[in-house]
Design a protein around this ligand. Structure first.
Ligand code: HEC
Length: 155
C-alpha cells in the first residue's frame, strides 16, 4: 500500500479512466461504492437524498461541518471558512455523481487535499478505536448532502 500511495499521482490518470470497486466499507452496515471516471454514479442508498435534511447536516458541528473550510449560501450561519472554494454554484460545476465522490473520498480526486473523507473508512493510519469503521456521515447523509449541493446552481 505504501508503494501505491507514494506514486498515486502517477496512477491518477489510470484510476480516472478505469472503474474499480473500493472496499472502503469494512464495518457492518457500511456500503461499498464504485468509482467510475472520477465519480460515484450509483447512490449509496435506495432512498433519494433529501436536500432540506442535507442543508441541516452540512451545518452540524458534530459532523465536521463544511463551514470550517467553505463559505456556503447559508446566511443564518455567522462563520464561514475560506480554506476551500465557495460552494455557491457547486451544483452547476459538478454532477451529483462527481459530488458524491468528492464527499465520500476527496483524496481520490486530489491525494494532497486537506478535505476530510466523509465516507471512506479504510487506509487511514492510527485511527482512534472509537472512530474505526465509523465514517463521518452515514450513507443516507451522503445522499442528503449530495441532493442539497446539487441544488446550489449558478442563478
Ligand atoms: C478541512 C477543510 C475542509 C472541510 C471540512 C471540507 N472541505 Fe470541501 N474542500 C476543501 C478544499 C481545500 C477544497 C479544494 C479542493 C482540494 O483541496 O482538492 C475542497 C473542495 C470541495 C469541493 C469541490 C469544489 C470545487 O469548486 O472544486 C466540494 C464540492 C466540497 N469541497 C464540498 C465540501 C462539503 C459539502 C463539505 C462538508 C460536508 C466539505 N467540503 C468540507 C476543504 C474542506
Amino acid at each position: 500500500m505504501t508503494i501505491i500511495r507514494k506514486s498515486i499521482a502517477a496512477w491518477l490518470p489510470v484510476l480516472a479512466a478505469s472503474s474499480f470497486i473500493v472496499t472502503a466499507a469494512v464495518g457492518e452496515g457500511l456500503v461499498n461504492f464504485k468509482i467510475e471516471n472520477g465519480a460515484v454514479p450509483q447512490p449509496l442508498t435506495g432512498e433519494p437524498g433529501n436536500p432540506a435534511r442535507g442543508r441541516q447536516i452540512v451545518r452540524d458541528m458534530n459532523h465536521v461541518t463544511c463551514l470550517i473550510c467553505h463559505s456556503m449560501p447559508i446566511p443564518e450561519e455567522p462563520d464561514h471558512g475560506e480554506i476551500g472554494p465557495p460552494l455557491a454554484g457547486v451544483g452547476s460545476r459538478f454532477t451529483a455523481s462527481e459530488l458524491r465522490l468528492r464527499l465520500i473520498d476527496p483524496k481520490a480526486v486530489n491525494p494532497a487535499t486537506i478535505m476530510p473523507s466523509y465516507y471512506r473508512v479504510s487506509n487511514f493510519m492510527r485511527v482512534g478505536e472509537s472512530f474505526r469503521d465509523r465514517p463521518i456521515y452515514t450513507a443516507q447523509q451522503i445522499e442528503d448532502v449530495v441532493a442539497y449541493l446539487s441544488l446550489l446552481k449558478d442563478n
